[in-house]
Design a protein around this ligand. Structure first.
Ligand code: NAD
Ligand code: LMR
Length: 329
């Protein structure tokens, strides 16, 4: 049997937590031969909710679950952690944009970055989910200068999955047959869901959709960009939770075990200057993963109008950073 790995989850008593913890404990994230210790964090006021969550974890009798730690102390939650899933943060309400959460949520990630820097394993992998995810991931990374910046990421996988699903339904094929989808940029409504490299069974999807450019521009792109708001409206004020938890599983699994042959996924990672996105933002790029490392897929051909969309999302990230630059140290 492998030694157990330690997985820290913040905001663990929240909605996403309730869809996520049981799947991690069942082995969906790190495999059915990998024992797990869950290090669950939430704020002091939420500690009483842990009782029922832990009773249910016990009642699942998960063979892989070695231990559950529940705490309001970040040092305990992040101590020796191999992975940190930073979910804890306020969700937006109707009529809010995700960036409206920066003032409330930004400081959470400053504190978490600092604590990760002092107590986490030196090769910890961190996924930021709490919104606005890209800028929160950047705040976390900037406050953890002793950790490798390549081990910090923001979640755009939900947007990627949404894009896959919209197209699969449109052309009536199973999602699994679609490869090379991309969602560029910020996890906000400036993100750019880009179909131009996507394939179905090795054929370019755009070649199958020559009559559908109106659908792409007027339906596909805005539907994916605004799906978070549509879910909040449909769930009467609650944001996506089951699909977000599923995307967390997909993101971490691919990062650790590798992406599919002849495919890539979208991950928010530190920009390197490629595609004219200067260094210094967490931006979603197409990446392949192997041996626990991601690699940005470079040198894709970008049309001038797509370039403009990608820049627009970059500019929004700069504006977000400007608003909270006091949180970078
Ligand atoms: P929720 O309100 O159900 O749960 C949030 C949890 O965070 C609560 O348990 C709360 O006590 C906790 N929390 C609050 N302040 C905290 C702090 N300082 N430290 C640690 N925990 C704290 O919300 P949810 O639906 O689980 O969503 C959580 C976050 O994830 C939100 O910001 C939401 O917008 C975001 N989200 C992101 C994506 C994405 O694709 N990136 C998708 C869905 C949701
Ligand atoms: C989502 O995309 O569903 C989440 O980021 C929640 C939100 O605020 O849209």
């Amino acid at each position: 049997m492998k030694p157990p790995i330690r997985i820290a989850v913040t905001g663990a008593t929240g909605q996403i937590g309730y869809s996520l913890l049981y799947r991690i404990a069942a082995g969906d994230m790190f495999g059915h031969d990998q024992p797990i210790i869950l290090q669950l964090h939430d704020i002091t006021e939420a500690q009483s909710f842990f009782k029922g969550i832990i009773m249910e974890l016990d009642d699942c009798a998960f063979p892989l679950l070695n231990q559950v730690i529940a705490t309001d102390n970040l040092e305990v939650a992040f101590g020796d952690a191999d992975f940190a899933l930073l979910v804890g943060a306020r969700p937006r309400g109707e009529k809010m944009e995700r960036k409206d959460l920066l003032a409330a949520n930004g400081p959470i990630f400053r504190q978490q970055g600092k604590t990760l820097n002092s107590v986490a394993k030196r090769n910890i992998k961190v996924l930021v989910v709490g919104n606005p995810a890209n800028t929160n991931a950047f705040i976390t990374l900037k406050n953890a200068p002793d950790l490798d910046p390549r081990n910090f990421s923001a979640m755009l996988r939900l947007d990627h999955n949404r894009a896959l699903s919209q197209v699969a339904q449109k052309i009536n094929v199973p999602v699994s047959k679609i490869n090379k989808m991309i969602v560029w940029g910020n996890h906000s409504n400036t993100q750019f869901p880009d179909l131009s490299h996507a394939t179905v069974e090795n054929q370019k999807i755009l070649e199958l959709m020559t009559q559908d450019s109106d659908w792409i521009n007027d339906t596909f792109i805005p539907t994916v960009q605004n799906r978070g708001s549509a879910i909040i409206a449909a769930r009467q004020g609650k944001s996506s939770a089951a699909s977000a938890a599923n995307a967390i599983i997909n993101h971490m699994r691919d990062w650790v075990f590798g992406t599919r042959e002849n495919d890539w996924v979208s991950m928010g990672v530190l920009s390197t200057g490629c595609y004219d996105i200067p260094t210094g933002v967490i931006y979603s790029f197409p990446v392949t993963c192997k041996n626990g490392q991601y690699q940005i897929v470079e040198d894709l051909k970008i049309t001038p109008s797509d370039h403009q969309r990608m820049q627009q999302s970059y500019q929004e990230l700069l504006t977000e950073q400007e608003a909270i630059k006091n949180l970078f140290n």
